[in-house]
Ligand binder design. Sequence first.
Ligand code: ZN
Length: 483
Amino acid sequence: MNSCTFSDYVSERNRIINEERHHFHGEKLVLNEDESKLNDFIMKVKLEELELSYKDSIQFLPKQHFSIAKNNIEKSKLFNILKKIPKGCSLHCHLLAAVSVDFLIENITYRDNLYGKYINDRFKLKFMKSEAAKEDEWISLKEMRDKDKNFDSWLKTELSLLVDNANSKDTSLESIWTKFKKTFSVVYDMLSYKPVFEEYYYQCLKELHEDNVMFGEFRGTPMPLYDLEGTKYDMEDFFKLLINIEDNFKKDHKKFFGARYIHSIYRGVSLDDLKTELCNILAMKKKFPKLIVGLDFVGFEEEGHSLVNFYEELDKIKNDINFFFHAGETNWFGSTDMNLVDAILMKSKRIGHAFALSRHPVLMDLVLKQDIAIELCPISNQILLLNDDPRNHPAASLLARGFPVVVCNDDPSAWDASGLTYDWYITFMAMTPKTCGLKFLKQLALNSLKYCALDDNDKCDAIEEWKQKWHSFISSMLRTIEK
Ligand SMILES: [Zn+2]
């Protein structure tokens, strides 16, 4: 072995560290003078919070179950800076779990004409006229609240996956997914009540806007809207309503850029039903080409069909609609994760979760080559039991190699969150080196714009608007910290 001086050793050591750092997500960006000043400040705040955890690792908030950490995350100085960052776009959020659960309870469940009832052991909520409710033995929420002063706390547990302490959380994937699916069936009829859906979707946009997110893509299925007069609303009415609500929201919030819809099909669908669904959604896409931007399959990935089963049907429509598939949301190896192969081969524009990707080197190369963005949802992965400690999240190694990642919130209602900042905080604190700062955060926002489903013209406009927001953010932060 050739001997070398300590100084040679140190210079080689530094070369390797710098080279590795250069590959990290966002490190190729160059910050201007103002951004660098803000970066210094952010680094100071980040390090202060990390130092506390280095001394006592129990204090590290991303490691704690989100239900338990949430209040302390909100008190974090860094979290409150991240909240102000113009984060660009929210690209992976399910329409039926998109607002804070407190909003549902406080604003929607206190409306008149809301009734509850157990059907096949599942609690359901529905708006109806009192005579019809009486006839079918539904009980008004007012009556339930009068009888039980803890009703709202109980309701919150029905609408979410919150836990009181880390030991009380579910321990099997199957049981947590059963509970998770149940939360959707509790709210489904309640949110399909047209006046409530209008308020609900407006709130979806509002919570993004308040979190400094300018554009949202929602995965959903058309809801069977109803009112108390018995009017029938069809799929077309549903999409018209989405557009109307978005237009109204944009009138009230001039800086909000808009929202789009990704049609989501249950991955347990039969081939016959799939054919019908695809036919329907393509017909709708012709009527609403701007709104409907893509297609996905949803549900517990272990239970559904593999994407390869749908190949023939999907191949026929690949030029008519873009794919944004959930794939590899699994801890298993050589099993459900094979969906990643299909998502890549079928040219999915982004991949939801791709949790299993880092075990597949050939697929990783293909993801880079095809420039497919990974939709990282760290809180979702923790609550749904894929990853307990985000420091060990497989996406950390993707970030280290500079993969295109967008940070998303998946189903914030289910864990009492809203907006993107909680997921940004967890990612930034747990999956980046301690020296990593504003470049990383800026790259996350830029990625969300680059990989969103807007058409080229709208995307250019969105990027221009975001640049202005970014500039104002930097200036206003510098004014605050220089005071
Ligand atoms: Zn999802």
